[in-house]
Write a protein that binds this ligand. Structure first.
Ligand SMILES: Cc1cc2nc3c(=O)[nH]c(=O)nc-3n(C[C@H](O)[C@H](O)[C@H](O)COP(=O)(O)OP(=O)(O)OC[C@H]3O[C@@H](n4cnc5c(N)ncnc54)[C@H](O)[C@@H]3O)c2cc1C
Length: 392
């Protein structure tokens, strides 16, 4: 007998991971994703610490290990393109060498999807349009106009969560802007880069080229400080390109070439660097998980790992507790400290990518030349600050 029906909004990382565990515990799971398919490709992400235990318990570790990117070094450059230093990549991102994983985001989403595609229902190119909750369940109207009823609804639909908007209101009240914007895109690997990254800096700006392996393309990022988030640009891709280009006007090295590639990129991804902080991750029969509940920003490097851990904790609480109210309370009580410790990594000053001022940049550069100033290769304690319970 099924333990109940659950709709998950979002087939990124938290969504399929949650679907896997909920199905395993006996729930009927439907996942709705607004994109026409699971998104492939994408920048490299990290799976570390407690999150490694989650993917191991899912039986996915061998496939993910085979997809490990193995970045070897990151080279930092002065504004004129001359080198500051080359540092082992694990030291910069705080990875435990030989244990933590770095893989292309698309390899992880494909692996997670393959683990659930035959056991959970997936509805693509659709989205939640309205939610109406009563004492026994939730009536969901989709943008396709289809109407269905579920026992519970979980939002795993990312930083700008649609589900969160339906239940808890506008994003602004939970959104903590960290003062940066970024444009991410791919461009040809004309730089001869292999298993490595290059970070060009000027105060408050960085241009990053990242070769995840020996590919013919690199992942490019233009990251810049901006006092206020450019809210108007979110409705206008041309404005996003203009805002980014003007931040880098007159800069040297390969920046003009990167800006030109950004202008014509067909995979441009522009966003603010922000976190989500909610006083509660659930309201009634609806909860949120992953970036939707507690986005840490890419400055923490922990978004993927937190999403995997929090999906595991939410599913386990729903399996172990007698009702959804106590399950949501347990999920939050046992996961929040881990989440907050990892969110704090983004703002603790150790983010080496885009120092804001000339002084901070000089300090960062001095640190790069000091072999003792970066964490060793044992990983950061925050990454493993939660020991996974066993639920079933
Ligand atoms: C440029 C960049 C670099 C990053 N680098 C790292 C890194 O190095 N390490 C790391 O750990 N993390 C990194 N992250 C963060 C990481 O990608 C996220 O934290 C992680 O993907 C969160 O997973 P999620 O499933 O919660 O959300 P997402 O991966 O954002 O997935 C949300 C899903 O919901 C779907 N969706 C959105 N709206 C709707 C809707 N209305 N209806 C239905 N579906 C919807 C989306 O299409 C998407 O498939 C980076 C992020 C960015 C943007």
């Amino acid at each position: 007998m099924t333990k109940g029906s659950i709709l998950i909004s979002g087939a990124g990382i938290a969504g399929p991971a949650l679907a896997y565990w909920l199905h395993r515990y006996g729930f009927d799971v439907t996942v709705v994703e607004k994109a026409p398919a699971v998104r492939s490709g994408g920048y490299p992400i990290d799976i570390r610490g407690t999150a490694l235990d989650v993917v191991e318990r899912m039986g996915l570790l061998p496939r993910l290990r085979a997809a490990h990117v193995d970045s070897r070094r990151i080279t930092f450059l002065h504004p004129d393109g001359s080198p500051v230093a080359s540092v082992a990549a694990d030291k910069i991102v705080g990875n435990a060498a030989g244990r933590d994983l770095e893989i292309a985001r698309g390899d992880l989403t494909a692996t997670l999807y393959d683990a659930v595609r035959d056991t959970c229902e997936f509805v693509f190119s659709d989205s939640i349009a309205a939610l109406a909750e009563d004492t026994d369940g939730v009536d969901v109207t989709f943008t396709s106009r289809q109407r269905r009823r579920f026992d519970l609804v979980i939002g795993a639909d990312g930083l700008h969560s649609n589900t969160r908007g339906h239940t808890s209101g506008p994003e602004e009240q939970f959104h903590r802007y960290l003062g940066y914007c970024f444009a991410g895109f791919t461009m040809p690997n004309d730089f001869g880069l292999s298993h490595e990254g290059v970070v060009w800096n000027a105060p408050g700006r960085s241009g990053v080229l990242y070769a995840a392996g020996d590919n013919d393309h690199v992942h490019a990022f233009l990251i810049f400080t901006r006092a206020e988030p450019p809210l108007a640009a979110f409705r206008d891709p041309a404005a996003q390109r203009d805002v980014t280009a003007s931040a880098f006007a007159g800069d040297q090295w390969e920046i003009p070439r990167m800006v030109a590639a950004m202008r014509t990129a067909d995979d441009l991804f522009f966003d603010v660097v922000s976190q989500i902080h909610m006083p509660s991750w659930a309201r009634g029969r609806v909860a949120v998980v992953g970036d939707a509940a507690h986005a840490p920003s890419f400055l923490s490097g922990q978004g993927t790992s937190i999403a995997l851990v929090s999906a595991y904790m939410l599913a386990g609480a729903l399996a172990a507790q007698p009702d959804h109210t106590s399950a949501f309370a347990t999920y939050e009580r046992e996961t929040r400290r881990f989440v907050e410790l990892n969110q704090a990594l983004a703002t603790d000053g150790r983010s080496a990518v885009t120092p804001e001022t000339a002084e901070a940049l000089a300090q960062r550069n001095a640190a790069l030349l000091d072999p003792d100033s970066f964490d060793g290769d044992t990983g950061r304690p925050e990454h493993s600050a939660l020991t996974l319970p066993t639920f079933a």
